[in-house]
Design a protein around this ligand. Sequence first.
Ligand code: SP5
Ligand code: ZN
Length: 407
Amino acid sequence: MPVLVNDNLVAQPGTQSTANVIGGFPIVGSAADRIPLRYLYDWRNMSYFIWKEPIHVKVIYAETHRQHYPPFEILEGGEKVPMFESPDRMDIILAALDQAGWAEIVAPRDFGLAPILAVHDAEYVDFLQHGFADWQVEGGQLKQQARDVLMGTTFPPRRWQHKPTSVGGRIGYYTFDLSCPIVAGTFPAALDAAQCALTGAQALLDGAPATFALCRPPGHHAGRDFAGGYCYLNNASIAAQFLANQARTAVLDIDYHAGNGTEDIFYHSADVLTISLHANPNRQYPYFVGAADETGEGVGRGYHRNFPLPAAMDDDAYCATLANALQLIRNFAPHYLVLSFGADIFAGDPLGDLAITTAGFGQIGALIENLGLPTLVVMEGGYNIGELGVNTVALLSAFAQRETVGQ
Ligand code: SP5
Ligand code: ZN
C-alpha cells in the first residue's frame, strides 16, 4: 500500500534528473530503479505525483529492558545523576517508528548463550549472570541502596593482575567506569538485547535486506571481558561474529563515542572489518582508546580503523569523513554490514558535542544504504529524549525504502 506522505514524494513533473524516466516523468536519485513506485494523477493541479512505496522493516525489540533501570550514574566531579541511558529512550523511538508506518515490531528468538560466548569471556558472562545474586549475600549487611546497585569503585591500573573472588573485587575487575551499574534486571535485559541483535542477524541470513535491532542496554563499550559506558554484552559484535561465521562481515560504528568494546573484540581478527567514527578520545570518553593509529594487530592488522572527529562537526564535514570510511568497507567487499548506530552525534545531545541535524541523519542513512549491503542496524546511544525518535527514523528511512532484491 503506498503511503502518501511528503517524505515519500520521489518526483514531480519538471524535476531535473539524469536517472530513469517513467511515464514521461523523471525520477530523482540513484535508487530510483530499486524502489517500487506508485503514481497518481492530481486532477485539480493537472499533474502527476509519483510515490515511493516503503517496504516493511523488521524491528526486533524486547520489553525485558525495563527490568534494567539503575537509579543513578556518577559523572565528573562525583555528580550523581539519573541514568541518561533510560527506558524512556525506547518509548520515544517506538513512538516515532509507529508514526513512520513501515516498522514491523517482532520479538527476539532465543539463540542461547553460545553465540554470546563466541565473543565474550565465559567467566565475565558468568559474573554478569550471577554477580548480583552473589552480591545480595556478600553485601547483605550494607544499606539498601548499596545492595540494590552493584557498582565498582576500585579499578585495576596497568600491571595489577589478580582476579579477586569477592563480588566487591570482581565488579571493579570486570567494569571500567561508573556508568555500568548492575541491578537485579541487568542480565535478563542485556541477554535479550543480544538476542534481538542475533534475531536481526538471522533475518539477514534469511534474505532480509535490512533489519533494526532496537537494543537496550546498548553494547559497543563492552569488550571481551569488561562492561562500561552503559554496555554489558556487545550486541553488535555478537551479531557480527554470528554473521561472519557464514560470510565476510563489516561493522561500522557511528555512535558519538569510540566503539572500544567492538575494537577490543575484533582487534586481532581479519574476519570482521571494524570501523568507528567518533569524538576524538583525547577530549572525550572513553579517553584511552579510539585513536587513528589503532589499526589492528597480528592477522587483524589493517582490519580496524578509527576516525576521531573534532567538536562541532556539521553534516557536510561528517558525511565527507563517512565517505572515506565507506570506501574502506567497499574495498573489504563484505557480504553483510552491522551498523552500530548512536543518535548521540545529534547537535542537541546532552553527552555529545557534534552538530549533526535531523536532516543529517537522513543523509548519513542514505550514504550507508548506498553500499547496497544487507544491513543490521543495532541501537547504541542517543540521549536527547526530544529528538531521539525522529533522528532514528530519519537514519532508518533510507533502508525502509529498499526494494526486496530480485522482485
Ligand atoms: C552507549 C553510549 O553512548 N555510552 C556512553 C557512555 C558515556 N558515559 C560517560 C558520560 C560522560 C558524561 N560527560 C558529561 C558531559 C555533560 N555535558
Ligand atoms: Zn555514545
